[in-house]
Each structure stands twice: as structure tokens, then as C-alpha cells.
Design a protein around this ligand. Structure first.
Ligand SMILES: Cc1ncc(COP(=O)(O)O)c(C=O)c1O
Length: 417
């Protein structure tokens, strides 16, 4: 099928395959059916061009140069910060760049957690978290004598607000940390309501927005979380850049996480003072080109409109749920209705290991992931070791869902012998 034939088959309003050069690749005579955007997204030409343009025309280190090139690099880097912060409606001054969302959560767990947690306090997370929002809290609570507790995940893939209230009523929860959108179940958690309840109980709230920012309109002023973290490479940006948005007053009272150049105001022989926000938390040379690339990614997403991205991906998810549930022997995980979930579908095939499913699909260049998806506590809750997972980006079309359904049917035939 040509790109234009595929575009005719698109679900919903977006028709952007032509913006993603990698989708022109064929492997072993099969077109690329990329269904692994929850792992990492493909990159539009606008992002590839911004990266190349930075290195070709503006490359210099930031924050210390007086010559024109250095000033251009500075303006590109800090300009991108402004646009990235505006994209989610948060001030640029308390928008910090890290290398990914994992580092952003570690920043909070080490700097805030190790300073402000203690015996008698609890950190509340959920069983649907990615390991990035579990392990840092294990280390922080172990180091400080605080307790780590979990909200359960119901059979329908949702959290119970009644259990949340019961946990908060215990009076010891100092921080609630949860994902906005599950990378396995697709569940969209009602974070605005959850943060409101956490604040009502005197707890802070951290949201892992790794799967949310790429696919939903996200308004951080409305969500009102104390910390909100996400990762650039899932949002059409390059690898190597993550983002932490946080309340200024918390960042002011938190000690630095990493230290060295750029994050200081003065350095004496025995002690130092810290730079202003956000640079207090950006030690060493920043990921300059990656931030510029992420700036181009949010410009691109803005030009599509996040409401249109969400509608397009929801249409694909609804269609995929319909196609997959019509196949005998397919078990689907997560909320049943597409309106309640992001653009990811975890599934199992009776009698076929998820890794074999992924391998068989890869023979027709249908790229899905099979693993525990860095969510082992959730796998245990679901009673499986792994799932197969298909996930969508703005560049996917209905023909990709058809290719998935056909490849699953073929895998079943191969296994039936
Ligand atoms: C919900 C969620 N949180 C955190 C991460 C970790 O992202 P990164 O490896 O970019 O830090 C992922 C990646 O899959 C994710 O889906």
C-alpha cells in the first residue's frame, strides 16, 4: 500500500504519516507497522531538522558564552524551555530538564524524599506503576524509615477512590505518587480528583506523566500536582531529555540532587551556594540539542492540536479493541471502553507465550512489545509474567490495526500447526 492509500484508511482526522520518514522503511518486503509508541515514539521531520540545524548552525555551550553563537544556543535552549513549559501550562522557571522521567522521579525521591521523609511517614503509590515510580520510593523509604504502601488495581484496570480515601485517612501519607496513564492497561487516572484528595489529607502529589503528555491535552495548572514528570522521547522528541515541573517553594527548600558546574552561585573552598531555579537542579552541561529537539516536538504537537491527537488515537484504540475482541483466544487487559484509556492495548493469546507472539508478528514487520513492561507488581496483580502490547502514535492508521489483527490470526494458525 502507498502512503496515500494508507492515509485514506486513517481513523479520525489526522493524516501525518508523511511527516515521519522512518515509516517509509520496508523490511523484508513488509512496510513498517510501528505499534510500540508507548516504548518510544517515532520522530517527525521537524524534530530531525531541529536537531541537525542546532549542530550545523548554532552549536555552542550554554550559559557562559558572550559570543553570538553561544548566545544563539542559549536562546534556543531557554526558548525551548519556555515553549515546553507553556505546552503543559506551567511556569518555565520551575521546569527542570533531566535525562528522562526516571531521573526526574529520582530527583524528587533523593532530594525531597531523603530530606523530608522519616519514620512514621508513608509514601503511597499504586500497583500500576512503572518501575521508575516504584524503585526510587523503595530506596527513599528504606533510607528514611518511612513506609511504602500500594493502592490496588481493580479487575477493570482502575484505582479505587474509596481505598485512596481510606489510605489517606490514616494520616501518615506524606506523598502520593502515581501514573497519569498506565503504560500497560492504558487506564487514564482521574489525577485532578486524586490530587485534590491528597492535598485535602495534607499529602503532596507526584504524577508520572510519561504516557500522558504524548497523547492527552495536559493542563498542569488544573491538575495542581506538586511534581509532574515526563520524558521527551515518548512525546516525539529525542532521547536524553526528561522534564520535571514542580512547585517553586518546594524546589527552593529541596537540596540539590546532582552537583557541580552550572548549578552553583558561588563556590568557596569548603562550601557553595546554589544557582536560582531552575538551574539549581541542572548540574553540568545540559542536553542542549535534545531540549531544542523537544521544543520542536511540542511545536509540532501544538500544530496538530492535542485534542486532535487524542481523538485520533482514541479512534484507533476503539477500532483495535473491536478487532482484537472479535478474535477467539485473545484476552484483553485494562478498561473495556476506549474512552477510559490511552492508546495502548495489552493482550494475551491462549496457549502462546507473549514473546512468541511478538516474534511471529515481527516476521511481517508488525512491531509490538512483549515483556513485563517494567511493571512487575502489576504483572503479579494480573497473574501473568508478561503481556503482548500494541500502542499507537499520531502517525498510526486503521491499516496498522488491520495488520495487527491479521498477524495475530496468522500467529494462531502457526501455533495450531
Ligand atoms: C508510565 C511510565 N513511567 C516511566 C517510564 C520510564 O521512562 P524513561 O525510561 O524515559 O525514564 C515509562 C517508560 O516506559 C513509562 O511508561
Amino acid at each position: 500500500m502507498t502512503t496515500s492509500e494508507l492515509s485514506v484508511a486513517a481513523t479520525g482526522g489526522l493524516d501525518v504519516r508523511g511527516d515521519f520518514p522512518i515509516l517509509e522503511r520496508e523490511i523484508a518486503g513488509h512496510r513498517l507497522v510501528y505499534l510500540d509508541s508507548s516504548s518510544t515514539s517515532q520522530k517527525p521531520t521537524a524534530v530531525l531538522d531541529a536537531l541537525a540545524d542546532f549542530y550545523r548552525n548554532h552549536n555552542a555551550n550554554i550559559h557562559r558564552g558572550v559570543y553570538p553563537l553561544a548566545q544563539e544556543a542559549d536562546a534556543l535552549f531557554e526558548g525551548a524551555r519556555e515553549r515546553i513549559a507553556a505546552f503543559v501550562n506551567w511556569p518555565a522557571a520551575n521546569t527542570i530538564f533531566t535525562k528522562n522521567v526516571t531521573e526526574a522521579i529520582n530527583l524528587v525521591a533523593y532530594s525531597w524524599g531523603q530530606t523530608f521523609l522519616g519514620a512514621g511517614d508513608a509514601v503511597l503509590i499504586t500497583k500500576m506503576e512503572h518501575h521508575s515510580n516504584i524503585v526510587p520510593w523503595q530506596l527513599a523509604t528504606q533510607a528514611t524509615g518511612a513506609q511504602l504502601r500500594y493502592l490496588d488495581v481493580g479487575e477493570d484496570g482502575t484505582l479505587s477512590l474509596a481505598q485512596l480515601d481510606a489510605e489517606l485517612a490514616r494520616g501518615d501519607v506524606k506523598l502520593l505518587a502515581l501514573t497519569h496513564v498506565s503504560n500497560v492497561l492504558g487506564t487514564i487516572n482521574p489525577v485532578e480528583e486524586i490530587v485534590r484528595r491528597a492535598h485535602g489529607a495534607g499529602a503532596l502529589a507526584l504524577i508520572d506523566g510519561a504516557q500522558a503528555v504524548p497523547q492527552l491535552p495536559v493542563d498542569l495548572a488544573a491538575i495542581d500536582a506538586d511534581f509532574y514528570a515526563w520524558t521527551g522521547h515518548k512525546a516525539l522528541g529525542p532521547t536524553g531529555v526528561g522534564v520535571l515541573h514542580a512547585r517553586a517553594e518546594l524546589l527552593e527548600e529541596m537540596p540539590p540532587f546532582l552537583s557541580g558546574g552550572d548549578m552553583i552561585a558561588t563556590v568557596e573552598a569548603q562550601q557553595s551556594t546554589w544557582n536560582a531555579l531552575p538551574w539549581k537542579f541542572e548540574a553540568g552541561t545540559s542536553m542542549i540539542a535534545q531540549v531544542v529537539g523537544l521544543g520542536a516536538a511540542v511545536d509540532y504537537l501544538d500544530s496538530l492540536g492535542m485534542a486532535a491527537v487524542h481523538a485520533h488515537e482514541r479512534g484507533l484504540t476503539a477500532y483495535a479493541l473491536e478487532r482484537l475482541s472479535a478474535i477467539d483466544g485473545v484476552r484483553l487487559f485494562g478498561p473495556p471502553a476506549a474512552e477510559d484509556r490511552g492508546a495502548v492495548i495489552s493482550f494475551a493469546l491462549d496457549g502462546i507465550h507473549p514473546h512468541d507472539v511478538a516474534e511471529l508478528l515481527s516476521r511481517s514487520n508488525v512491531c509490538i512489545r512483549a515483556s513485563h513492561h517494567c511493571a512487575q507488581p502489576l504483572m503479579r496483580r494480573l497473574g501473568v509474567n508478561a503481556t503482548a502490547r500494541a500502542s499507537f502514535g499520531p502517525y498510526n492508521v486503521a491499516a496498522d490495526v488491520d495488520a495487527l489483527a491479521d498477524a495475530i490470526a496468522h500467529a494462531q494458525e502457526v501455533f495450531a500447526g
